[in-house]
Design a protein around this ligand. Structure first.
Ligand code: NAP
Length: 285
């Protein structure tokens, strides 16, 4: 297959580029094409002639979206529509990356793919509106909702915790938001399988299991063998510009129905930390 990936320079994009073999893959970043530019997106699709497009490009700074909503909607919703229109033009199928933040976090059991969207942040709204627009433009597209991405090739939570733990004896981390951490490598592998299986509709793809950010940080510090104390904090104490859902665990049922199982987040974290270089001075003897 000929595959074109928008957002190939990001966290997920990097993993997709590394994991995807046996197909002809073209990876694009903003340097190649800005998805806000509809004409340029169409031209790119005509040049690369993909059979499948993976749209991982997005403005992902959740707090930045609150202060720059016009940019957020222009990239995440209108840019996504530009890519879908171009996909239609060249007869390509489309996989679009969406987020757990399309939900309000009021549930206490995993969100099903058909649950009502009720985003609480600008970022969540851009993703929810993009989903609706894409399903209108291309009913057979595949929407992959994921959450709490980590991996190499971009800023991620484990790296932040390890960096902070290197210079502080204690860290306060939010303990009232629960979700599923997701290793970009595992997500990339799931996306590749979804494309090969010609999946359509909405699926949820995260590592299995769930935790709070506090529990995630505890596991990171413990697995890295660091002595830093991790203390539970509330979202109110650690106020951020964008509200986050208190609970955003995503049900894997449709993914499992396609025969795709995701490893646990603890296993994923172990593999990530193994592949990541660990500074010797942070290790407790
Ligand atoms: N990170 C998470 O925790 C998380 C959670 C749920 C869902 N998601 C979704 O998963 C997808 C991948 O996320 P990620 O964390 O890998 O993102 P990321 O690391 O922030 O990378 C974003 C990518 O989008 C590209 N991009 C940004 N603005 C663009 C524009 N106007 N035109 C073309 N390309 C543009 C960037 O290119 P440059 O490098 O050239 O700027 C980069 O390749 C996104 O759709 C995101 O919303 C992420």
């Amino acid at each position: 297959m000929r595959i074109t990936i928008f957002g190939a320079s990001g966290l997920l994009g990097n993993a997709l580029m590394r994991e995807w073999s046996d197909d002809a893959v073209t990876g694009l970043s903003t340097r190649d094409v800005d998805i806000r530019d509809a004409k340029r997106v169409q031209q790119t699709a005509q040049e690369t002639r993909p059979e499948w497009i993976v749209l991982a490009a997005a403005y992902t700074d959740v707090d930045g979206c609150e202060s720059h909503p016009d940019l957020a909607f222009a990239v995440n919703r209108d840019g996504a529509a530009n890519v879908a229109t171009a996909a239609k033009l060249v007869g390509a199928r489309l996989t679009f990356l969406s987020s757990d933040y399309v939900f309000d976090g009021k549930k206490t059991t995993p969100y099903e793919t058909g649950d009502v969207r009720n985003p609480q942040s600008v970022y969540g709204r851009t993703k929810a509106e993009a989903e609706i627009k894409l399903l209108e433009l291309m009913p057979d597209c595949c929407i992959v909702r994921t959450s709490w991405l980590f991996g190499s090739g971009g800023k991620c939570f484990p790296d932040t915790i390890l960096k902070l733990a290197a210079s502080r004896p204690a860290l306060d981390v939010v303990n009232d938001q629960r979700g599923s951490p997701t290793f970009a490598v595992d997500l990339a592998r799931a996306i590749i399988q979804l494309c090969r299986k010609s999946a359509t509709g909405i699926v949820h793809a995260t590592n299995s299991g769930n935790c709070t950010w506090f529990e995630f940080a505890q596991e990171i510090v413990r697995s890295a063998g660091l002595a830093t104390t991790v203390r539970p904090a509330s979202s109110q104490q650690m106020a951020r510009p964008a509200p986050r859902p208190a609970y955003s665990v995503l049900s894997p049922t449709p993914l499992q129905a396609l025969g795709i199982e995701m490893p646990s987040w603890q296993d994923a974290l172990r593999r990530y930390l193994e592949q990541r270089e660990r500074p010797a001075s942070h290790v407790v003897s």
